[in-house]
Design a protein around this ligand. Structure first.
Ligand code: 5GP
Ligand code: ZN
Length: 119
């Protein structure tokens, strides 16, 4: 999509700090990190959100790629502890409508998650 910021990053048209890449996906540092490690993992092909994953094969292929990326990022950042978050849809907090996963590490979110669950 021509006006999609993450498509532009995927195609190298605007800069990003890329930390991992395959022919299908790319991972780069979030512009406004909420933790010491905050990487966005995106498919290079444009999909607005998870709802656009149309087939079982497409879902399986993407998730395999994403999980391989998490393993590579764990090695890169010397950790086995992370949050992998997908905000799907505006009401869920999605603000960039190109499917992406937040890989967040280096911060203890247990208290915040417990508080959110009780709210
Ligand atoms: P969402 O709220 O859609 O789940 O997450 C979008 C994320 O994209 C946010 O964490 C935001 O900081 C990040 N972001 C938005 N624009 C850019 C950009 O131009 N470059 C990078 N690296 N991150 C961006
Ligand atoms: Zn896009």
């Amino acid at each position: 999509m021509s006006d999609c910021i993450f498509c532009k990053i995927a195609h190298g048209e605007i800069p990003a700090e890329v930390v991992y890449e395959t022919d299908k996906i790319i991972a780069f540092n979030d512009l406004h990190p909420v933790a010491p490690v905050h990487v966005l993992i995106i498919p290079k092909a444009h999909l607005a959100d998870m709802n656009e994953l149309a087939s079982s094969d497409q879902r399986a292929e993407l998730m395999e790629e994403v999980l391989q990326a998490t393993q590579a990022l764990c090695k890169l950042y010397h950790t086995r502890s992370f949050n992998l978050i997908n905000n799907c849809g505006q009401e869920a907090g999605q603000s960039v409508f190109h499917l992406h996963f937040h890989f967040i590490s280096g911060v203890d979110l247990t208290q915040k998650i417990a508080a959110a669950a009780q709210a």
